[in-house]
Design a protein around this ligand. Structure first.
Ligand SMILES: Nc1ncnc2c1ncn2[C@@H]1O[C@H](COP(=O)(O)OP(=O)(O)O)[C@@H](O)[C@H]1O
Ligand SMILES: [Mg+2]
Length: 278
């Protein structure tokens, strides 16, 4: 077990975890049978930590994320944020789905402002200024007046990201946010999400099936297996930034490959387990 809590702006050894997941399981009914999708999950996530969750399809990653968001309730166990048990969705947690949640009849600017309209308060001019700030942060200033139909996949992801960020959630929950994007767009968005995370000091829980992405972004990587368990947590102490020139250094490169290999072996072992069971 390589579990560690204090990394890169994370919590100190004596500090409380920002998010505390204790004995959390989730059952669903499938063909009249109860199936356990998340199985006795125990995980502490520190303030300003970037936690990436990987694992084979069907290992319960999305379900775990939805429980942290408050969209699903655990069957057993509890999830606390800042010491308080969560009872449903809250403004402290912003979830970004794979699908975009943009309204087609509103421009980028109007979509991002919508996030603030939901939140209420503040006047129109202030909202606009704030919306522009976050649109700029995701590198979409040049397209503020475009409609979703005029945007590429990458631009839509950026707009959705701005729409959530503008509400300043302390915790960002991202479920495969960059899936199916071309590699160049993905690389740009990796740089941007890292920059935003460093600037805004959010806590990020990021689900992906891509191990390169996991190693590039994370402070820690939690691996889930087909049985719905967190089988292992890897600490990622690769120096940041993990883009640009740093990546070309032999030591960095070797450590990157080594960690990816270790995580891959754990993912494979977890997927294989299910193959024997089923
Ligand atoms: N609302 C639901 N009702 C029944 N089964 C569900 C529901 N949501 C997810 N599942 C099942 O739970 C398992 C894990 O799903 P999910 O959390 O989406 O896994 P992952 O994101 O790791 O691919 C899958 O077998 C899926 O079919
Ligand atoms: Mg999923």
């Amino acid at each position: 077990m390589t579990e560690g809590r204090n990394n890169n702006g994370g919590i100190g050894a004596d500090a409380e975890a920002l998010i505390s997941i204790k004995g959390v399981s989730k059952n669903f009914k499938k063909n009249g049978r109860d199936i356990t999708v998340v199985n006795d999950c125990n995980l502490d996530i520190g303030e300003n930590e970037f936690l990436v969750i990987v694992g084979p399809t069907g290992s319960g990653k999305s379900t775990l994320l939805k429980m942290i968001a408050g969209f699903e309730a655990p069957t057993t166990g509890e999830i606390r944020v800042g010491g308080k048990m969560i009872k449903g969705p809250g403004a402290d947690r912003g979830m970004i789905f794979q699908e975009y949640a943009l309204l087609p009849w509103r421009t980028v600017l109007k979509n991002v402002e919508l996030g603030l309209e939901f939140k209420g308060g503040k006047n129109e001019a202030e909202n606009r200024e704030l919306a522009m700030k976050y649109i700029d942060m995701v590198g979409l200033s040049y397209a503020v007046n475009k409609y979703p139909a005029e945007l590429s996949g990458g631009m839509k992801r950026r707009a959705s990201l701005a729409m959530i960020l503008v509400t300043k959630p302390k915790i960002l929950l991202m479920d495969g946010p960059f899936n199916a994007l071309d590699s160049k767009t993905k690389m740009t968005l990796h740089t941007e999400i890292s920059r935003i995370w460093e600037h805004e000091h959010n806590t990020i829980i990021f689900v992906t099936s891509e191990l390169d992405e996991a190693v590039k972004l994370s402070d820690r990587i939690a691996v889930m297996n087909k049985a719905g368990r967190v089988s292992k947590i890897f600490k990622n102490s690769l120096p940041r930034p993990r883009m640009g020139k740093a990546v070309l250094e032999t030591d960095f490169h070797n450590r990157f490959i080594k960690l990816r290999e270790e995580v891959l072996n754990e993912v494979k072992a977890g997927a294989g387990l299910a193959a024997c069971e089923y």
